[in-house]
Design a protein around this ligand. Structure first.
Ligand code: ADP
Ligand code: GLC
Length: 501
């Protein structure tokens, strides 16, 4: 099948979070099982340029404010996947992807409208249409919306199905109703069964309504987002489409994330030879400025966007108790200035225990996975979470809240089986007792060795999940072709009725 991915970030071209890891890895896994995959991404300032395509490298994008001529750069073919970079300096040649100093770019809806339209226009240059267009999060939500409105009668896309993946329902693309004409969308779309959401335009809702099938990134999260606690107001819309919603756990790409081959860490190691792990721990503590590192104290790692989602208020609540224990916390992240400040202040107060770097630093992210004994993710909600999966491979035992993908990937350690420590109630006490249990277990070497071994043996590679996506694509293609065939049969015939089922 021919599959086109439309997404706002993807490694190795751009990244702010796990979406980029998924968009980098899932297409490769689909190509490996025989699909033809093309990935559309914006070309940001951080994106390295590719060679310009020899043919059809410029498309006309019909924005309400006037036509734009956007070039599509060839990002190269890697592992059987073709990358198309939408190059519009006006919209994407900026210091960041979505926001600066905590403020979203005010023209975000128009930026991502231009991106989606450019991708669709470029697809039309191809000899054959994609069987499936797979879009991700609110920034590409306009692709399904345009396909089922502006392009509804375009015969080129007549056989193309749209699959939409929700990576985080906390970000919906909410704008005032005046945005509709700016996006070349008819004001009649401002209704409760289309884009309207409490008087505003909600692009994520539009994608949920207009896509043929919706997925999210873990089984548990697919259930959670249908409840008021986790649905961010879209639970009802999702419940209405529950027969078209499936949770598929993200896989991970072990090529960059494997301690036996990782070039970014101080020493390589594997389950059979863990000597390198201690060297990584020592190197990490030294790099983070610990004076005379004490190697038999556990290191708890944190690598994260500093965001309310990630449960940092719980860590703040128990910070003093944690600092009275014999351990190190090594944290890396950026985001909400409140948490950045809080972590900096804590590091200043406990320079020998709380080691923090406020930055985005991929090398350090790898070094923390390798040098930590435990990895902390007390998220308020977590659609999938990739760091806990990477951490298992690196023998850094996850301590997580039982939500979304954290619940689906970590099994509580019972002394023999299991891979980590979980707590359910979103409370400082529950977090503290999970950390205490982890620290006690750490000091019982036989148990800890078993636990590390269990973690490192786990395999979350993409093959299984990619096959699940392929099944969905295939089903959607068939449904679409059957529906089309039915629409050509005389109404009321038994064949027409059968095909419509
Ligand atoms: P989310 O997408 O919600 O941020 P995930 O766990 O799915 O959470 O993915 C986060 C990804 O971003 C991981 O690959 C992680 O290593 C990376 N990451 C997050 N913060 C940083 C940072 N400050 N520096 C480097 N990498 C980071
Ligand atoms: C989102 C989620 C995260 C998930 C990632 C990739 O950013 O917050 O839990 O792992 O997308 O799907």
């Amino acid at each position: 099948m021919k599959i086109a991915f439309v997404a706002s970030e993807g490694v190795p071209f751009s990244k702010t979070g796990g979406l980029a890891d998924v968009v980098g890895a899932l297409p490769k896994a689909l190509a490996a099982i025989g699909h033809e995959v093309e990935v559309f991404l914006p070309r940001y300032r951080m994106t390295k340029p590719g060679p310009v395509l020899p043919h059809g490298h410029s498309v006309t994008v019909p924005l309400a404010s006037g036509l734009r001529f956007v070039s599509i750069q060839n990002g190269g073919d890697a592992s059987g996947v073709r990358h198309c970079l939408v190059d519009s300096p006006e919209f994407f040649d900026r210091p960041a992807l979505y926001q600066e100093n905590g403020q979203d770019y005010p023209d975000n809806p128009v930026r991502f409208a231009a991106f989606c339209l450019a991708a669709l226009e470029f697809m039309k240059r191809s000899a054959s249409p994609p069987d499936v267009i797979h879009c991700h999060d609110w920034q590409s939500a306009l692709a399904p919306i345009y396909l089922r409105t502006l392009y509804q009668r375009d015969p080129f896309f007549g056989n193309s199905s749209v699959v939409f993946t929700i990576h985080n329902i906390g970000y919906q693309g909410l704008f005032g109703p005046e945005v509709l004409p700016r996006l070349s969308l008819d004001p009649s779309l401002l209704t409760v069964d289309a884009l309207e959401f409490f008087g505003k335009v909600n692009l994520l809702k539009g994608a949920i309504v207009f896509s043929d099938f919706i997925t999210t990134v873990s089984r548990k999260y697919a259930e959670e987002i249908q409840t008021p606690e986790y649905g961010f107001g879209l639970e009802g819309v999702l419940r209405n489409r529950a027969d078209r919603l499936q949770g598929i756990l993200n896989g991970v790409d072990y090529e960059p994330w494997d301690p036996s081959t990782d070039k970014l860490i101080a020493a390589n190691y594997s389950p059979d030879n863990l000597k390198g792990k201690m060297l990584c721990k020592k190197a990490l503590l030294e790099r983070m400025g610990a004076r005379q590192p004490v190697l038999n104290r556990p290191v708890i790692g944190v690598v994260s966007r500093f965001d309310r989602q990630k449960g940092f208020d719980l860590i703040a609540d128990i910070a003093e108790q944690l600092m009275s224990m014999s351990l190190y916390i090594v944290a890396l992240g950026t985001g909400d200035p409140t948490y950045e400040e809080f972590f900096r202040a804590l590091a200043a107060k406990y320079p020998d225990k709380f080691l923090v770097k406020v930055a985005y630093d991929n090398t350090l992210a790898h070094q923390i996975e390798a040098g930590s004994d435990m990895f902390l993710m007390p998220s308020r909600y977590e659609p999938c979470g990739l760091n806990q999966i990477y951490s298992m491979k690196y023998g850094a035992v996850p301590i997580v809240r039982a939500t979304g993908g954290l619940d689906d990937t970590v099994e509580p350690f019972d002394g023999r089986n299991g891979t980590g420590f979980k707590f359910s109630r979103y409370s400082p006490d529950a977090l503290l007792s999970a950390i205490r249990e982890a620290v006690e277990t750490y000091h019982r070497p036989a148990l800890w060795g078993q636990l590390m071994h269990n973690c490192m043996q786990k395999d979350f590679s993409w093959a299984v999940s990619a096959a699940e996506y392929a099944k969905i694509y295939e089903r959607q293609r068939k449904l679409r072709l059957d529906a089309k065939a039915a629409s050509h049969l005389p109404a009321g015939t038994s064949e027409a009725r059968l095909a419509a089922v």
